[in-house]
Design a protein around this ligand. Structure first.
Ligand SMILES: Nc1ncnc2c1ncn2[C@@H]1O[C@H](COP(=O)(O)OP(=O)(O)OP(=O)(O)O)[C@@H](O)[C@H]1O
Ligand SMILES: [Mg+2]
Length: 224
């Protein structure tokens, strides 16, 4: 049988193909990150592979940025801005739609009080499944009361499954949404085929294990 195909969204084609007209360095601690204006007026956050923190090079973070977006868009989470892999100024990396007028929380003080509670729970469930235990206040933005999950370069690597009790409440709270995801065999097949190009097989196996854990919590028959 033919492999099921992923159909890139129109916005992905735009940010992958538009020529850069201006590139500006964003202040960061470790990775080299750029805000790039594209010729159609769109803006992206560009993170080149050769600018990734050298101590974490093994992760190939730009591919994980793409993997997190694909998981988001295929199953309609609505958390991660469109993200593609492309070359800019001769460097390969991830290019993610720059979310205009979004802001960081002020960290510990503000916490997530101003955000819809169901979004917080949703982001927890999302992070469990993508193996991300590093959703610190630097790695999400708030726009109009909604959460935006950025900086997904270190996903598909944390053993979130070993800390399941921490996430279980979010899994139950998002039960209806997650059941739809788990029965979407076609979506899962498409996503797994794409993942194979982006992350090591051991991480794909762990992802499948996490899906099975969610299914068990939701009393759903599940096999892949
Ligand atoms: N899609 C986006 N939309 C708007 N702003 C963004 C987006 N992605 C990143 N930013 C901004 O750029 C900053 C740096 O991006 P990011 O957190 O992804 O880099 P980083 O890899 O964590 O860098 P470092 O860890 O070295 O500080 C973010 O803190 C945020 O302010
Ligand atoms: Mg960051």
């Amino acid at each position: 049988m033919e492999k099921e195909q992923y159909k890139p969204r129109p916005i992905e084609k735009a940010i992958a193909n538009q020529e850069p007209v201006k590139t500006e360095r964003v202040e960061t601690k470790f990775n080299e990150v750029f805000l790039v204006d594209l010729e159609d007026g769109g803006r992206v956050i560009f993170k080149p592979f050769d600018g990734e923190d050298f101590e974490l090079k093994e992760y190939v973070q730009y591919k994980r940025e793409r993997a997190a977006y694909l998981f988001d868009t295929i199953f309609n989470w609505g958390l991660v801005p469109p993200t593609v892999i492309r070359e800019i100024n001769g460097r390969i990396g991830s290019a993610q739609v720059f979310v205009e007028d979004a802001r960081h929380t002020d960290g510990e003080n503000e916490k997530l009080g101003s955000v819809f509670e169901k979004d917080v729970s949703r982001l927890d469930a999302f992070d469990f499944l993508i193996g991300n235990d590093d959703r610190n206040p630097g790695n999400y933005l708030i726009k109009e009361g909604r959460l935006v999950a950025i900086d997904n370069g270190l996903t598909f690597q944390a053993a979130t499954e070993d800390e399941y009790p921490k996430y279980e409440r979010a899994i139950v709270e998002n039960g209806e949404f997650l059941k739809k995801l788990l029965v979407d065999k076609r979506g899962i097949e498409i996503f797994l085929n794409l993942l194979a190009e982006l992350i090591p097989q051991t991480e794909i196996d762990r992802f499948k294990k996490r899906l099975a854990m969610v299914a068990a919590t939701l009393n759903l028959e599940f096999s892949i």
